[in-house]
Design a protein around this ligand. Structure first.
Ligand SMILES: Cc1cc2nc3c(=O)[nH]c(=O)nc-3n(C[C@H](O)[C@H](O)[C@H](O)COP(=O)(O)OP(=O)(O)OC[C@H]3O[C@@H](n4cnc5c(N)ncnc54)[C@H](O)[C@@H]3O)c2cc1C
Length: 379
């Protein structure tokens, strides 16, 4: 992949804007549980929400690579705001699955930053093994009622809406699942907030549905079952999450490059020691490789090609490379790096969540191994 002149210009504009407007406040916001509504609105004003949506749906018609560039450079400035840019991409499922008169007002609110959408797939007994869903959608007159518990839902404490995957007929396994746009401000939906080390302003919660009514016109209609449609969206989200990790790690690297130039030990800048400079050179190499793997995956998406294998690679490998880099950046700072006064620890905590959300490294390797060796052998 080589970026087009338009993509390069877009990259430069997002990089400049993100660093100017959001970089300074990252650490303060990242430690707080207060949701950054003001910054979300600003992302909306700058056209950085729902980027890939058509212009008539408040989007920018952005190509997949450009969305990746926005995620990466926002993550450099503020990891959690980058997550909001990323999460707004999930809105496209509403346009695909709902009638325009139902989707449009919701999408408008999401693109402006007035409203938030969560995705609720995981359940207490169904994480990696997502086909074991137990949240029940029972057909009733005019729609469905939902009953059961979702868990570990990012944005759960603050979102007004959630895409909920539920089962209508458990005996059919994943084929019996459907997707719904649910108003989670409804009194029948109960939220339990988690105490987390990272993603703190975004929040994560359980959602308990106690006979929550969902009108029939809020079912997301697709070509396949609800679970299959949700899993298909994962190729895109897994790739973008890889770029969130890379953006965050690049910030740690830049801070550390400055530091090793200035900090002296044994009468010289510590950058003179190859134990220091080669460590950074190795991480530079790994991050560059992981970055371009992500853009390769997005370019395949843009070309309409399959990229599940590449997306799974991005999802397990980019956060791993990012965590390795940030960890060494902390070590190269000595005691200063271990302190919470610097953003390095917070970057580590934020990026560590990316290992698990949207599927663990083991599940990604299963996806890759199935393609490499064959599903009939790997299982
Ligand atoms: C920060 C964060 C954000 C999240 N956001 C959301 C969200 O917005 N919406 C949502 O629905 N969910 C979300 N999740 C939940 C996440 O998708 C699940 O936690 C994840 O899929 C793993 O499921 P589990 O926690 O039940 O672990 P389990 O499935 O119980 O897995 C436990 C361990 O066993 C391993 N394992 C399981 N099966 C296999 C196998 N076949 N082969 C090898 N190893 C295996 C796993 O890799 C893992 O290490 C989030 C999680 C985190 C940490």
């Amino acid at each position: 992949v080589i970026l087009t002149p338009e993509q390069e210009a877009f990259e430069e504009s997002v990089r400049t804007l993100a660093r100017r407007e959001f970089s300074n406040g990252y650490l303060r916001r990242a430690r707080s549980e207060e949701f950054p509504w003001e910054e979300l609105h600003r992302l909306g004003e700058h056209g950085l929400l729902c980027l890939s949506l058509p212009a008539e749906n408040s989007g920018q018609d952005a190509d997949a690579v450009s969305v990746g560039l926005a995620c990466e450079h926002l993550a450099y400035a503020d990891f959690n705001l980058a997550y909001l840019c990323f999460a707004s991409e999930l809105t496209s499922a509403l346009l695909r699955g709902l009638a325009p008169e139902i989707a449009d007002p919701v999408v408008k609110g999401l693109a402006s930053g007035d409203r938030l959408l969560a995705v609720a797939l995981t359940e207490p007994q169904a994480g990696s093994d997502a086909a074991q869903l137990q949240v029940q959608a029972t057909p009733v007159e005019g729609g469905f009622t939902l009953r059961g518990e979702k868990t570990s839902i990012t944005l759960g404490p603050h979102a007004q809406h959630a895409i909920v995957v539920a089962t209508v007929d458990r005996s059919l396994g994943s084929k019996g699942t459907r997707r719904f746009l649910v108003d989670i401000e409804d009194a029948t939906v109960h939220r339990q907030r988690f105490e987390d080390p990272g993603f703190r302003p975004l929040g994560r919660s359980g959602l308990i549905f106690v006979d929550t009514f969902v009108p029939a016109h809020r079912e997301l209609v697709g070509n396949a079952s609800g679970l299959s449609e949700q899993l298909a969206d994962f190729d895109y989200t897994r790739t973008l999450l890889g770029l969130l990790a890379i953006g965050a790690a690049r910030r740690a690297m830049d801070i550390t490059v400055e530091w090793v130039r200035d900090r002296e030990a044994f009468g010289q800048a510590i950058a003179r020691f190859q134990g220091v400079s080669f460590t950074l050179a190795e991480h530079d190499t790994h991050l560059e490789a992981a970055r371009w793997l992500c853009y390769r995956a997005l370019a395949l998406r843009a070309a309409g090609r399959r990229y599940s294998r590449e997306a799974a690679m991005c999802k397990w490998w980019a956060p791993r490379m990012a965590l390795n880099a940030i960890n060494d950046c902390i070590v190269l700072h000595g005691h200063v790096g271990w302190s919470m006064e610097m953003p390095l620890q917070q970057l580590l905590l934020d990026v560590s969540g990316l290992q698990i959300g949207d599927g663990t490294p083991q599940i990604q390797k299963l996806v890759i191994a199935r393609q490499l060796i064959g599903r009939e052998v790997v299982g």
